[in-house]
Design a protein around this ligand. Structure first.
Ligand code: PLP
Length: 419
């Protein structure tokens, strides 16, 4: 189902074109939804060849698009995977029915009892649960770092992990949810290379690219092995579906697809179709949301009841973080956090006074969402884990949408007055 895109196409063009060829579907200009759980074989010989291609990667059906059963793959999934790989600039992509299904598959595919892994803080609450709650039960150890621009801080975590077992995975979330803290991707890749050069296996470098998404940060070009994205967020873009994806070299993505067959976490045909459609406009939505976010951030920074704000566009010149940001991000995005002066009581009064902004978890939708991480998205963390990640009782996370910015600022202004 893929039409090979000439490399000269820009991301905006790939977002519209990559992954669908009308000649394969009765010349329908837009893709049909293949609502079928199973696929008919043309002959007994072809059935055997298709299975050989799927499970062994050999034989005459390799590279063809024949399908077996929707849990193993289906045409709408092929389309969305081809488009995601094109946007990420990767050889291949695998798409799952949520971001967490994607993270879980990466963990289960690449970590074995006795192994260790390292991750950056703050990190998405679900990811934290996976590596501090579930994986330890399977004998996988972890260590964490909080300053992803400081080599010593990262190396201290690496050394702690190596003392626990072979280091197989370094997972970074950058910018991080909810504070937009950034990790120096090139430095992490260099550290992984150095560990490999010391004789042990080189750990895989995986980034969670959800906060900037495929258009404003291209981690594959920065040298990461796997680029994971919660497609629920900016790519889905309308807060009406859940999906996740991971892209990278075909040799790394293939095993994730096979594991997905066992876990049963493929994305269904209808949601794949919806996601493919949403990807066509992701850059338009992201650009408007970012323009709004800058105006909203400037308003909040100047407001006397706001104690601090972590908007990436405000990183000061001359700082390490600013240099890293300039190297690896092409824009500041539209999700950031700020703290009101005071604590939980002040944050709650502010939230309950909002009329336009929706108080809900998630981010990257067309509507502006606000949440209180300490009591919602990051509720399950230990208090010291929250503090280490820069989340206080007064922290609020804002995902700015595409409404008229004056309406957003008026609502924020009224709610701040009500504290
Ligand atoms: C939402 C999110 C996830 C999880 O994605 P789901 O699609 O909700 O499973 C992972 N990482 C980050 C940074 C997120 O914001």
């Amino acid at each position: 189902m893929s039409d090979e895109a000439p490399p000269r196409w820009h991301a905006e063009t790939l977002a519209v074109r990559a992954g669908y060829d009308p000649s394969e579907a009765a010349n329908a200009a837009k893709p049909p939804i293949y609502m079928s759980s199973t696929f008919a074989y043309a002959s007994a010989r072809q059935a055997k060849d298709i299975h050989e291609a799927y499970f062994d990667g050999t034989g005459p059906e390799v590279g063809r698009t024949a399908h077996i059963y929707a849990r193993l793959g289906h045409p709408n999934l092929d389309m969305v995977e081809t488009r995601l790989a094109a946007l990420d600039g990767a050889e291949a992509a695998a798409v799952f029915n949520s971001g967490m299904a994607t993270h879980s598959a990466i963990a289960l595919a690449h970590l074995r009892p006795g192994d260790s892994m390292v991750f950056s803080r703050p990190i998405y609450g679900g990811t934290n649960g996976l590596y501090t709650g579930l994986m330890p039960d399977f004998g996988v150890h972890h260590a964490t770092f909080t300053d992803g621009c400081d080599r010593d801080d990262v190396m201290a975590a690496v050394d702690r992990a190596l003392a626990l077992g072979p280091l197989r995975l370094i997972l970074i979330e950058s910018p991080a949810n909810p504070t937009a803290a950034i990790v120096d991707v090139a430095m992490i890749v260099a550290i992984a290379d150095a560990i490999g050069a010391r004789g042990g296996a080189r750990p895989l470098v995986v980034i969670d690219n959800t906060l900037l998404g495929p258009l404003m940060q291209r981690p594959i070009a920065l040298g990461v092995d796997l680029c994971m994205t919660s497609l629920t967020k900016y790519c889905g873009g309308h807060s009406d579906l859940l999906a996740g994806g991971v892209s990278g070299r075909a040799a790394l993505v293939g095993p994730l697809r096979l594991l997905r067959t066992t876990l049963g976490s493929h994305l269904d045909p209808y949601t794949s179709w919806l996601l493919l459609r949403s990807m066509e406009t992701v850059h338009l939505r992201a650009e408007r949301a970012m323009e709004n976010a800058r105006r909203v951030a400037e308003f909040l920074r100047a407001h006397p009841k706001v104690a601090e704000i972590t908007y990436l566009g405000f990183l000061a010149d001359g700082t390490r973080e600013r240099a890293v940001y300039d190297r690896q991000c092409s824009a500041a995005g539209s999700t950031f956090s700020f703290a009101v002066k005071g604590g939980e009581a002040e944050a709650f009064r502010f939230l309950d006074a909002l009329r336009l902004l929706r108080f809900a978890v998630s981010l990257g939708g067309s509507e502006t969402l606000i949440t209180h991480p300490a009591t919602t998205t990051h509720y399950a963390l230990q208090p010291q884990e929250r503090i280490a990640g820069g989340i206080t009782d007064a922290t609020l996370r804002l995902s700015v949408g595409i409404e008229h910015v004056d309406d957003l600022i008026a609502d924020l202004s009224r709610a701040l007055d009500a504290i």
